[in-house]
Design a protein around this ligand. Structure first.
Ligand SMILES: O=c1ccn([C@@H]2O[C@H](COP(=O)(O)O)[C@@H](O)[C@H]2O)c(=O)[nH]1
Length: 491
């Protein structure tokens, strides 16, 4: 039998965080309220080692507590594989609860061999109010099965223990949310402010098993936990992409959230802008395919300026092809973008393969370089074809699956486009005077994009490039964008 040690529990807590089984941000819950922390233990089926550890610890927990029962039953669906492993390891027969009765045959809700009076232990992944456990208890009890205990992986500490106790069932959790928060903080993964903010939310939002709120006040919904209320420092700690982390930290160190779009066709003109704006920007954005006299020397000079003034290079290539082609476009050809651009942009139109294609180009010398992508989920062009479904799927590509460490952020126009605070919102279409240019580019003021639309970095092209003094214009945009950010987090 594996016995639980605190070190083992801490190691598992870190692992669960690494595989995105829980994350921090602003998430809509089943009960209709937003939460600053979200658990998705469905992902563990993709990590057999994690699955093994979680089920081993569940079994050891059951043994330590001397919970003997004739059957085990998982709460559908996420806990079903866990219950299966517990059943096999303990040689305890399993029962399966159907969510809907079959329309034909036995019409049974509980599958398996049992008799009235048999005992059954419930296995569940995450408990908020305990309502899902209680639904399973109800169906088992309606067959005469006796339920007295439930083992769960995570207790969010929002009223579940008390709610299920009212129905005569004791809940035993491997982890409490407090343990997970403290472990992540101790290991330097999240800041004390995040621990405090989540703890404050948990204390304020206690839920009855019918989904109503204890104290009845849904207005405690924590707007203060949304990503736009968090500082760049705290978001750096939450970032999954090393490059997003670096960019957040760079923004804080230089106190700038300005990206200049150097849309010029001569190499020297771009280098001149990079030198003049360099001290005031966090990113320099290029469209390398419009440069008439592109050369390797141009790239070397650009990198030298990026180093001198401490900004990153973003090639706004907007990749949009199949993985294989994208991989060639990124790593090969005239521009060899992967060699020099810290970041690139890509459309999500081809789906996840766009990210995989880009990553596939990072071989040889580029394999060890820190690289990342901003995925386009919205455009500033009027009449663009992007709809809500497209945005939602783009968000999933950025936040779920094995490539999240490569996605630094999202190019979009609205705060509602994504919630995960570890991603950076890059917003083009910024000018002192709002309006539309003659080819459909829509502009908003620096204050509007940051405070109303959730921009973390504002992208300014012609607003700076066409100014009488590029340098003075860069200072103005830097000051206004940064002041708007400070106001946003202070409110
Ligand atoms: O939705 C998008 C995506 C990218 N861009 C790029 O940003 C700059 C904007 O330049 P301005 O001169 O400030 O209009 C440009 O490089 C675009 O390719 C965008 O505008 N909208």
């Amino acid at each position: 039998m594996v016995t639980k040690t605190t070190d083992q529990m801490k190691a598992l807590a870190l692992k669960l965080y690494e595989i995105n089984a829980f994350k921090f941000g602003d998430f809509k819950m089943k009960v209709g309220i937003n939460s600053p922390v979200y658990f998705d233990l469905r992902v563990i089926v993709s990590y057999p080692d994690v699955m093994q550890t979680v089920s081993d610890l569940l079994v050891s927990h059951i043994k330590e507590l001397e919970l003997s029962s004739k059957h085990v039953c998982g709460v559908p669906y996420t806990a079903l594989p866990l219950a299966t492993i517990v059943s096999v390891q303990q040689h305890t027969p399993m029962l399966v609860r159907r969510k809907e009765a079959k329309a034909y045959g036995t019409k049974k809700l509980i599958e398996g061999i049992y008799q009235a009076g048999d005992t059954c232990l419930i296995v569940e992944d995450v408990v908020t109010s305990g309502s899902s456990i209680l639904e399973t208890v109800r169906d088992l009890q309606s067959e005469g099965i006796v339920v007295t205990d439930a083992v769960v992986v995570v207790d969010r500490e929002q009223g579940g223990v008390a709610n299920i106790a009212k129905h005569g069932v004791r809940m035993h959790s491997l982890f409490t949310l407090s343990f997970l928060l403290n472990t992540l903080h101790e290991e330097g993964r999240i800041e004390r402010s995040t621990v405090d903010a989540v703890a404050k939310y948990i204390a304020a939002v206690q839920i009855n098993s019918d989904g109503s709120f204890i104290g009845g006040d849904k207005t405690v919904a924590p707007n203060e936990f949304s990503r736009t209320k968090l500082t760049y420092e705290s978001r750096a700690n939450l970032a999954k992409s090393p490059l997003a982390k670096r960019l957040f930290n760079l923004m804080v160190a230089k106190q700038t959230n300005l990206c200049v779009a150097a849309d010029l066709t001569k190499a020297d003109a771009i280098l001149d802008v990079a030198d003049k704006c360099g001290p005031y920007i966090c990113l320099l954005k290029t469209h390398v395919d419009i440069v008439e006299d592109f050369s390797e020397n141009f790239v070397v000079n650009l990198q030298e300026l990026a180093k001198r003034h401490n900004f990153l290079l973003l090639e706004d290539r907007k990749f949009a092809d199949i993985g294989n082609t994208v991989s060639l476009q990124y790593g090969q050809g005239l521009y060899k973008i992967a060699n020099w651009a810290d970041l690139v942009t890509a459309h999500t139109l081809p789906g996840r393969s766009i990210v995989q294609g880009l990553k596939a180009a990072l071989t040889g010398d580029n394999a060890t370089k820190e690289r990342g992508v901003f995925l386009l989920a919205e455009m500033s062009a009027s009449g663009n074809l992007i709809d809500d479904k497209y945005k939602e799927t783009s968000n999933k590509i950025a936040t779920e699956g094995g490539d999240v460490d490569y996605v630094a952020g999202i190019v979009c126009q609205s705060a509602s486009c994504f919630a995960f605070p570890g991603l950076i919102q890059l917003t083009p279409g910024v000018k002192i005077n709002e309006g539309v240019d003659k080819l459909g580019q829509q502009y908003q003021t620096p204050e509007h994009v940051v405070k109303e639309r959730g921009a973390d970095i504002g992208v300014v092209g012609r607003g700076i490039l066409e100014a009488a003094s590029v340098e003075k214009a860069a200072v103005t945009y830097r000051d206004r964008l940064w002041a708007a950010y400070l106001e946003r987090v202070a409110k």
